[in-house]
Design a protein around this ligand. Structure first.
Ligand SMILES: C[S@@+](CC[C@H](N)C(=O)[O-])C[C@H]1O[C@@H](n2cnc3c(N)ncnc32)[C@H](O)[C@@H]1O
Length: 385
């Protein structure tokens, strides 16, 4: 059977049975249906040979620089005997490999305290992570937040996870929201239809992030997304964190920019073989579907669940504060292989490119924990969010 056919058939069957499904359900099935969903396919690859590049897949420097932050967190927590680093959505495992390898070589005291945990729903990615991380088998555990686990002292980290949560899509009509559902036309192709909101929490969401849609002056046809899945996710995180930090990195906007009337097409994006477009109904199961993250929602809901906002900044500033500039200088002075040097130089620049990865948001939250990053504070002065 051609690739994607089983998933298409399953989606069509589900829609025929229900009449129409919310876009959120469509996205959840396209990305996470067992076996055939995009993230569950054995052939999924993240990085140059896949559909998109992440900082973790670009260069090991990303994991190494963030290890500097984890070491500072360990000190801020007064060097507990066990520091748990829980990575959520670990992809190919490159980030974990970088953190474990670098801390083992550079910070043996921290490494002795480090327990690395991964939460990864995709069986094929879990298998790849197991193979890549085999040398650190005694330090690693895959965990499921649904099952009872010891509360964590340490840090819960994710990179490009929240943008992969299924979102509700809304359209402004008259003077209110309608929700976008997916149904089938007479030929069996996907088509969008409007209907009432499927979840009451959508109104509460806007109130929480400080947006009054009635006051925004939206025109008919204005579209946007709401990521309700981040609410239970943050609640679970906070419940599992006894003391420590939540570090979330992703692309997004604060609510005022996210829901600005000018952003009339929303932020939904699809990635297929490094091409970015906005049609979620083609290459179903073979392309990634994402929406930008509402950074205000992360901080507001975090605060509701007991996570204090410590820093909201950009990846470029965060990584510079952790020593990326020193790495660039050291790399320019080394006499290694020219091609490798060029590639690394380029990758370091990509990590801080303000129009690319460098523009990603870094949100650091704390529970009974504070972190002082003087270099970051210096850099942030004068930087407009
Ligand atoms: C865009 S990839 C990012 C991978 C990796 N963090 C990186 O930087 O390369 C998203 C990852 O999140 C995982 N994921 C999706 N939903 C998740 C959830 N609810 N909890 C944990 N991981 C999830 C996916 O399986 C995948 O590993």
């Amino acid at each position: 059977m051609p690739k994607g056919t089983q998933l298409l058939a399953a989606l069509q069957e589900r829609i025929r049975a229900a009449g129409a499904i919310s876009f959120c359900e469509f996205m959840a099935l396209a990305l996470y249906a067992p076996q055939w969903g995009y993230y569950n396919r054995p052939q999924l690859q993240i990085g140059r040979r896949g559909d998109f590049i992440t900082s973790s897949s670009l260069t090991r420097d990303f994991a190494e620089l963030l290890t500097e932050a984890f070491v500072q967190m360990w000190h801020a927590l007064e060097r507990p005997q066990r520091f748990t680093l829980l990575e959520m959505g670990a992809g190919e495992g490159q980030f974990a490999e970088g953190v474990l390898g670098y801390s083992q070589a550079t910070y043996p005291d921290f490494f002795a305290a480090l327990e690395y945990q991964i939460q990864e729903p995709s069986p094929s990615l879990r298998e790849r992570q197991r193979q890549r991380l085999a040398p650190w088998g005694d330090r690693l555990r895959w965990r499921d937040l649904d099952t009872a686990c010891e509360p964590i002292v340490g840090c819960i980290f994710s990179n490009e996870l929240v943008d992969a949560f299924p979102v509700h899509r809304l359209q402004w009509q008259g003077d209110n929201w309608q929700e976008i559902y997916v149904s089938l036309n007479a030929q069996g192709a996907f088509q969008e239809v409007l209907g009432p909101l499927s979840d009451d929490r959508i109104h509460e969401y806007f109130a929480t992030v400080g947006i009054d849609p009635q006051q925004q002056g939206y025109s008919d046809g204005y579209r946007t997304e709401v990521n309700l899945n981040l609410i239970p996710w943050l609640k679970d995180l906070s419940e599992h964190l006894k003391r420590g930090f939540v570090l979330t990195i992703d692309y997004g906007y604060p609510a005022q920019q996210y829901y600005h009337p000018a952003r009339c097409e929303g932020t939904l994006q699809c990635y297929y073989q490094h091409r970015c477009h906005n049609n979620p109904y083609c290459f179903v199961g073979e392309q990634d579907i994402t929406a930008h993250v509402d950074v205000t929602a992360l901080t507001c809901y975090g605060e509701q669940f007991g996570l204090a906002t410590l820093y909201v900044t950009r990846q470029s500033l965060f990584l510079m504060a952790l020593g990326l500039g020193d790495r660039l200088v050291a790399q320019q002075q080394s006499n290694g292989n020219l091609l490798q040097a060029l590639n690394r130089h380029q990758a370091l620049h990509q990590l801080i490119d303000p129009l690319g990865l460098g523009g990603f948001y870094v949100v650091l939250q704390g529970k009974q924990a504070r972190l002082n990053l003087p270099q970051l504070e210096e850099a942030v002065q004068g930087f407009a969010q």
